[in-house]
Design a protein around this ligand. Structure first.
Ligand code: ADP
Ligand code: ADP
Ligand code: ZN
Length: 214
């Protein structure tokens, strides 16, 4: 099964993808995580993407679609894909169709996390992740069980993203509204869109998604 998690920055896509991966035989394909790895490794893609990401704008369609294509090739056909943060434009949606067809895969669900935009700045400015395993946390809404220790791997090192500041978030939300939200009707016409209330507690959102996946 292949699914897309769609929603503005801070909607909970990464959080839910990590939880689904733990429950199902699926893999999280986050173009944001792939790009951050490229920036960290100072690869050609990373060098091109760094400043764009810091401004909160979108990296080129060609770059992100190539990253997704390569991951699907590495994954093989038996693992389901959770697309997290991809596609973000109409051109990326068209590329994804082409890529999935070439890999003999098909999209089963597009799950839109519906959130109140006013809540997103607080979610994003409180976000941090484990530096070792990438598990996601929040200063207020999703703290580690033991302060300063990752629930998943026990690491005591955490990190915050340079683009998780109130100013950049505004640009990222504007990008979402202008370029990403308009791809929903395309999937609606195929009858594969489900909406989930992303304002509930993390466990409630997961339960709603599980209900859709069946
Ligand atoms: P996205 O991947 O959509 O940008 P994240 O999953 O990283 O969003 O979530 C953004 C922040 O909000 C994280 O710090 C996360 O722990 C927190 N968060 C995620 N889902 C919820 C929720 N349902 N309620 C409260 N906080 C949440
Ligand atoms: P969030 O879930 O908080 O929106 P991501 O980690 O998905 O953040 O993305 C971080 C940044 O990486 C984006 O602001 C953008 O610059 C870049 N990026 C990630 N995915 C894509 C994509 N599919 N297309 C273009 N740019 C992307
Ligand atoms: Zn960890």
């Amino acid at each position: 099964m292949d699914i897309i998690l769609l929603g503005p920055p801070g909607a909970g896509k990464g959080t839910q993808a990590q939880r689904l991966v733990a429950e199902h035989a699926m893999r999280q394909l986050s173009t944001g995580d792939m790009l951050r790895a490229a920036v960290k490794g100072a690869t050609p893609v990373g060098l091109e993407a760094k400043a764009v990401m810091e401004r909160g704008e979108l990296v080129s369609d060609e770059i992100v679609s190539a990253l997704i294509d390569a991951e699907l090739t590495a994954m093989g056909p038996d693992t389901g894909a959770i697309f997290d943060g991809y596609p973000r434009t109409a051109a990326q949606a068209a590329s994804l169709d082409e890529i999935l067809a070439r890999h003999g895969r098909k999209l089963d669900h597009v799950i839109e996390l519906e959130v109140n935009e006013d809540a997103l700045v607080e979610r994003i400015t409180g976000r941090f992740t484990c530096a070792r395993c990438g598990a996601g946390y929040h200063d207020v809404f999703n703290r580690p069980k033991v302060d300063g220790v990752c629930d998943v791997c026990g690491s005591t090192e955490f990190k915050r993203r340079p683009d998780d500041n109130a100013e950049t978030v505004r640009t990222r939300m504007a990008e979402y509204r202008a370029k990403t939200a308009p791809i929903l009707p395309l999937y609606e016409a195929r009858g594969i869109v489900s909406r989930v209330d992303g304002m509930g507690a993390i466990e409630e959102v997961t339960a709603a998604i599980d209900g859709i996946l069946g």
